[in-house]
Design a protein around this ligand. Structure first.
Ligand SMILES: Nc1ncnc2c1ncn2[C@@H]1O[C@H](COP(=O)(O)OP(=O)(O)OP(=O)(O)O)[C@@H](O)[C@H]1O
Length: 626
């Protein structure tokens, strides 16, 4: 049986290519400049083995010029050029990449800087041009050829004169249509912007004639415009420079130039990794929270470059959500790009880089915490909440990574402390890591529930963020010490005498407490003699996992599932109020009902919970007064 080769309808193929691969038209310039850079690179590699070629870096450049009037954009390079056969093969056959062949042939000589590989980028010129003309003279040849095409209909090749080796690509820019303008690709400002965005780190100079102005001769007030050739690209990316030669200011300038933020970075990381996957990265932790950080509009991600050419503005896969505040870029030569260079073919390399980056950021933060406490606290005040979300999210999958980075305000130290610091200070008899939740440190400080723990001399962590308790519930314990809310049922504080005394009082006053519970009916699960109150008359505590703070947060959520804490009204039997309750129970049940409701509402207020009927409450107070 004869095996037949596939044929392709080249007209349709070109149309498809031109119109469906790329999502943005502006990348045509990136593709053409990358080709020119490849052509100069090839010259460089050739010079390594061919003594007749000398590679003087100054002679190699790319030039972009626009002629607005005639709608012509030209990209010229002094690279290796193309012979007639090269033009036929490389520009006449779609998906044939002379650069890929070159790279393979020169593998041993380290050809990995060459960008081209798919053999399609050139045709992106047809997205913005009606006609493309390529005039090229190959190195070592005296002949030059002109390749010309108007797209789908095919191309022509004919000999022409060209003084020097290299390639000149001329685009006849399309006329504007109702939907699209093409004029922009002839505007100096726009062209500079595109070059800066995608090709800033091409290693050869990209030149353009730029209009500037200077004072007119003999005048200080009048100016005249003139054209001046300028190099548009930065060429050497800061991330390829030697770390030791860079100052903090260099990094700060890069941060500002790249518009990573309006502030200054708090700290930076410069990585040159040469392992299973090679990459360079510069990462920043901003000083301030970006204004949209905690909004839906905020997009996390790092800039992704392949060989110095920008591939993606925000590659979100490079950062875990809990480090979404990190800004910066990654450049790798090991990425397998898809044909449009807009997405990646395989994400294995990306996953490796992301994992590596995650670990580096983590250790950078740990070092900051260890060596530059003040800076770390500044960072934590801005982004600590995000770390706590990280502990809670994904069912706690990342809690081990993050737990040592957490900090909470301490009742004793009156500042942020880490869990490690807390645990290392715990007296031997202290069983739990105690915490109290509330709106602010000032409010928590006054909570009656903190009395017994505080009096015992134990440190209490103050939870003022809505995520705090949820994160801690996910963490469960730290260094084998469980977390315990000061409002929870069993505080694990064993003062046997007091415990027994309170238990006795509980049974002695069972009827009174039972009666009060009935008055409050479904509002509380129980009314008890408190084991935690010392001076305050009353407080609320909870039985079970859901605390009052959690109830507040859950009920504020859009899908409110009406999850309630099992509230317990605790009465201080040492307080005079308790005597009044006893007397009322024996003599005046109506008064007891009044007192019970008052005490319950007071407990709600202390917790920062709304009272159900404020009018009733104020009327009750008046009843006591008269
Ligand atoms: N300015 C140039 N100088 C010399 N050769 C060039 C130039 N532009 C294109 N070529 C040749 O034409 C080939 C096809 O270019 P094209 O841009 O279509 O694909 P590529 O650069 O190889 O791959 P990719 O699609 O990944 O960019 C190149 O591989 C190169 O051999």
């Amino acid at each position: 049986m004869v095996k037949k080769e596939f044929k392709a309808e080249s007209k349709r193929l070109l149309e498809m290519m031109v119109n469906s691969i790329y999502s943005q038209k502006e990348i045509f310039l990136r593709e053409l400049i990358s080709n020119s850079s490849d052509a100069i690179d090839k010259m460089y590699y050739k010079a390594l083995t061919d003594d007749s070629i000398s590679f003087e870096k100054d002679n190699y450049y790319i030039k972009v010029s626009a002629d607005k009037e005639n709608r012509i954009l030209t990209i010229t390079d002094t690279g290796i050029g193309m012979t007639k056969e090269d033009l036929e093969n490389n520009l006449g056959i779609i998906a044939k990449s002379g650069s890929l062949t070159f790279k393979k042939e020169n593998e041993a000589k380290d050809g990995h800087d060459i960008i081209g590989q798919f053999g399609v980028g050139f045709y992106s010129a047809f997205m913005v041009a009606d006609k493309v003309t390529v005039v090229s003279r190959a190195v070592g040849s005296n002949e030059a050829y002109k390749w010309e095409s108007e797209g789908a209909e095919g191309y022509t090749i004919e000999p022409v004169e060209k003084d020097s080796v290299g390639t000149e690509i001329t685009l006849k820019i399309k006329e504007n249509t109702e939907e699209e303008t093409f004029d922009e690709y002839l505007e100096e400002y726009r062209l500079r912007g595109i070059i800066k965005k995608y090709s800033d780190f091409i290693r050869y100079p990209i030149k353009m004639d730029v209009t500037t102005s200077k004072p007119k001769e003999g005048s200080e007030t009048e100016f005249e415009e003139f054209q001046e050739e300028q190099i548009i690209n930065s060429m050497v990316p800061i991330w390829r420079k030697n770390k030791n030669e860079l100052t903090t200011e260099d990094y700060e300038n890069f941060y500002t130039e790249k518009h990573y933020g309006y502030d200054k970075p708090l700290t930076h990381l410069h990585l040159n990794v040469d392992g299973a996957v090679r990459y360079n990265a510069i990462l920043f932790i901003p000083e301030n929270i970006p204004f949209d950080y905690y909004s839906k509009e905020y997009e996390k991600g790092l800039e992704l470059y392949s060989n110095g050419v920008l591939i993606m503005n925000k590659c979100s896969d490079l950062l875990p959500d809990y480090f979404s505040f990190v800004k910066g870029m990654v450049d790798s030569e090991d990425l397998s790009l898809n044909i449009s260079r807009e997405i990646l073919q395989h994400d294995r390399q990306l996953k490796l880089i992301a994992k590596n980056i995650k670990n580096k950021i983590k250790s950078q933060l740990q070092n900051l915490l260890k060596d530059e406490r003040e800076k770390y606290e500044k960072f934590y005040n801005s982004f600590g909440r995000q770390l706590k979300f990280g502990v809670y999210n994904d069912f706690g999958a990342n809690k081990e990574d993050l737990k040592d980075l957490l900090m909470f305000y301490s009742s004793k130290e009156k500042k942020l402390v880490t869990l490690d610091e807390y645990v290392s200070r715990m007296p031997e008899d202290q069983k739990y890591i105690y915490y109290a939740s509330g709106e602010s440190n000032e409010r928590i400080e006054k909570l009656p529930q903190t009395e017994i723990v505080g009096e015992k001399g134990y440190e209490i962590l103050y939870f003022t963020d809505d995520i705090d308790e949820f994160a801690i519930k996910m963490l469960m314990n730290y260094k084998e010490k469980e977390f315990k809310s000061v409002s929870s049922g069993d505080l694990g504080i064993d003062e046997e005498d007091t415990q027994t005394q309170k238990d006795n009082e509980q049974s002695e006053n069972r009827e009174l407490l039972e009666y009060m519970k009935n008055i409050l009916s479904s509002k509380v699960k129980d009314v008890r003699i408190s084991k935690r109150l010392k001076t305050h008359p009353v407080c609320l505590s909870t039985d079970g996992e859901v605390t009052i703070e959690m109830e507040k947060i859950l009920s504020a959520m859009p899908e409110n599932q009406n999850i309630k804490a099992d509230k317990v009204l605790e009465i201080n039997s040492n307080h005079e109020v308790f005597q009044s309750l006893k007397v009322a129970f024996d003599n005046d049940k109506e008064k007891l009902s009044l007192f019970t409701n008052l005490l319950y509402n007071q407990a709600l207020l202390i917790e920062g919970l709304p009272i159900e009927d404020p009018v009733d409450f104020t009327n009750d107070i008046c009843k006591v007064m008269v």
